[in-house]
Design a protein around this ligand. Structure first.
Ligand SMILES: [Zn+2]
Ligand SMILES: [Zn+2]
Ligand SMILES: [Zn+2]
Length: 255
């Protein structure tokens, strides 16, 4: 299994528009963060998690020419506003299977009403094949490629996280319910939300993320959804061994 970070930034992206802080003016490429998304490759399949606002740029930068499936965590703008940009993939490869839960489908259908209730027939619209998935009910894309949807709390909003065999992608949360903690045992690689050092009402901060990592004890952890408060070279020292800040373009392989 290979996981590629297409984006590791919080909802504004880093640099943030108009900001002249130390991170936003940094030359370090690890301080330049597109909106969060990962590509999972396994068993010859490519699975995207979220069509971030920057999806077009990410697909061009990382040479994505084909996708087998899209998983959606939740319907905040930074996670789904790139959805219309799957059209060039549709033109070449046909409709894209999309997987999320009933709550998110309700929002996707409302936000992208023109896709689901088109006022005309013909080209120009994303072609999506909707699949409804359920928390705690695993499904497979291939015999050794199991995906388990899990629930985390993003403030009061329930959001999907995903376990892929012994990798897990868990972003946009302030709390992990006990059942999800149980389902995140024995991980090789955990990707976990960590916005910044200061507290935030809907995201984990460093202290909260490290507490979760201490409980779960994954072999490796990569923190994502990072705000401009974090400067890569300066703030690496905040993290213990086995935990790093992810950065755009970072690839994580099994084993
Ligand atoms: Zn987000
Ligand atoms: Zn800044
Ligand atoms: Zn969110």
């Amino acid at each position: 299994m290979k996981l590629t970070f297409l984006g590791t930034g919080t909802s504004t992206g880093v640099p943030a528009i108009g900001c002249e802080c130390e991170t936003c003016t940094s030359d370090d490429p690890r301080d330049k963060r597109l909106r969060v998304s990962v590509l999972i490759e396994h068993a010859g399949l490519k699975v995207l998690v979220d069509t971030a606002t920057d999806f077009r740029q990410q697909a061009l930068r990382y040479g994505i020419k084909h996708l087998d499936a899209l998983l959606i965590t939740h319907c905040h703008a930074d996670h789904i506003f790139g959805l219309d940009d799957v059209r060039p993939l549709n033109f070449r490869h046909g409709a894209l299977p999309v997987f999320t839960d009933a709550r998110a489908w309700c929002d996707v259908r409302r936000i992208f009403k023109y896709v689901f209730e088109p006022s005309y027939t013909g080209g120009g619209l994303p072609q999506l094949v909707p699949h409804e998935i359920h928390v705690g009910a695993p499904f497979c894309f291939a015999p050794d490629f199991q995906i388990t949807p899990l629930e985390v709390l993003h403030g009061r909003l329930p959001v999907l996280a995903f376990r892929f065999n012994d990798f897990a992608y868990v972003t946009d949360l302030s709390e992990i319910p006990p059942a999800t903690m149980d389902a995140l045992q024995n991980l090789d690689a955990l990707v976990l939300d960590c916005l910044r050092v200061r507290h935030h009402p809907t995201h984990l901060n460093v202290e909260q993320a490290l507490k979760i990592i201490e409980h779960l004890r994954p072999r490796r952890t990569f923190l994502t959804h990072i705000a401009h408060d974090i400067k890569y070279s300066r703030d690496a020292k905040l993290l213990p061994e086995g935990v790093i800040w992810a950065y755009d373009g970072l690839e994580v392989d099994s084993g």
